[in-house]
Design a binder for this molecule. Structure first.
Ligand code: ZN
Length: 306
């Protein structure tokens, strides 16, 4: 396939991974309006809510109310994060058609962040994935800290490849490799995606990068070249990194759309509307957004476009 025919699906994770890592807690109407603006810009799949305990993540409270306010016939898949059986039950009750579960590729992080071993987390995932499928919902898996751990440093690629081998199968819609702390570099992205694709050739893969050290967009390029079908990003680049308090968030969706558009790779997204959505949420959060393209403007400018 040539690049001209290729398309990449951009999953906006701003409403979940972005807002979850922002200090400002938004009300239900603002969250719903943000999601609506993303859908209007052409985002067809997004991480909309998290069915975790609001005591643990106050930014994600009222997931049911947010979900209930979303249209169910607009062709958009609204993903809900579920990290245990209770989360899955809540998601299914809310009418969520795709859940995402996250497990961690590093033991120390898994213990500290989720209170489980990797083994226990895989067991929980397998149960949730089977349960979701039986209920007619999709289940996807994110492998967090796939490129590095804040506590253990380097994560052996064999560990990630071994996890992919175990979870790839009928119950898994898609597997994301996540650079949770934003430490990855493009050569590592090429190598790791190449390795997991070799052991699970039929699986769908998604890339998830944080721009913590400014390698996010380069990593997206490497993932694109490696053949991933989907890339996570957040409008405006909102969010942050829990392990680097001064860091910015996910790769900005509008910067990614600009790069892919100029490479001739289709995203189906209206970049002007996406830029506006990023600026809009930045105003709600009360700070400047990290995204670059809205500052410089799209090239060529509208009046010079063919
Ligand atoms: Zn993330």
């Amino acid at each position: 396939m040539t690049d001209a025919q290729r398309s990449i699906e951009i999953i906006d994770v701003g409403p979940r991974d972005g807002l979850q890592n922002e200090a400002e807690i938004l009300d239900i109407d603002t969250k719903v309006e943000f999601i609506r603006r993303l859908a209007d810009a052409g985002i067809r799949r997004m991480e909309a809510v998290s069915f975790v305990s609001p005591k643990r993540v106050p930014q994600m409270a009222e997931a049911e109310e947010v979900f209930a306010a979303l249209p169910d016939d607009d062709g958009v898949t609204y993903i809900g994060l579920a990290l245990n059986r209770r989360g899955l039950d809540r998601a299914l009750e809310a009418g969520c058609r795709e859940v995402n579960y996250a497990l961690v590729a590093s033991d120390t992080f898994s213990q500290k962040n989720q209170g489980t071993t990797i083994e226990q987390a895989v067991d929980v995932y397998e149960e949730i994935a089977a349960e979701a499928k039986a209920a007619g919902a999709r289940c996807s898996l994110t492998i967090s800290t796939a490129f590095g751990c804040p506590f253990q440093g380097e994560v052996p690629p064999e560990r990630v490849v071994g996890l992919v081998e175990r979870v790839a199968g009928d119950d898994t819609y898609e597997i994301a490799l996540a650079d949770t702390i934003g430490c990855a570099v493009p050569s590592q992205v090429s190598d790791l995606f190449g390795s997991v694709m070799a052991v699970a050739p039929g699986a769908r893969f998604r890339a998830h990068f944080h721009n913590t050290r400014n390698t996010g967009l380069a990593n997206c390029y490497a993932a694109t070249e490696a053949g991933v079908q989907s890339i996570d990003a957040s409008a405006g680049g909102i969010g942050g990194c829990p392990f680097a308090p001064r860091a910015t968030g996910n790769v900005p969706s509008e910067d990614l759309v600009y790069m892919l558009d100029r490479m001739g790779i289709k995203t189906g997204i209206d970049i002007d509307k996406l830029i506006a959505a990023g600026e809009w949420i930045g105003e709600r959060l009360g700070h400047a957004i990290p995204a670059m393209i809205g500052k410089a403007g799209v090239f060529p400018p509208a009046e010079l476009r063919a």
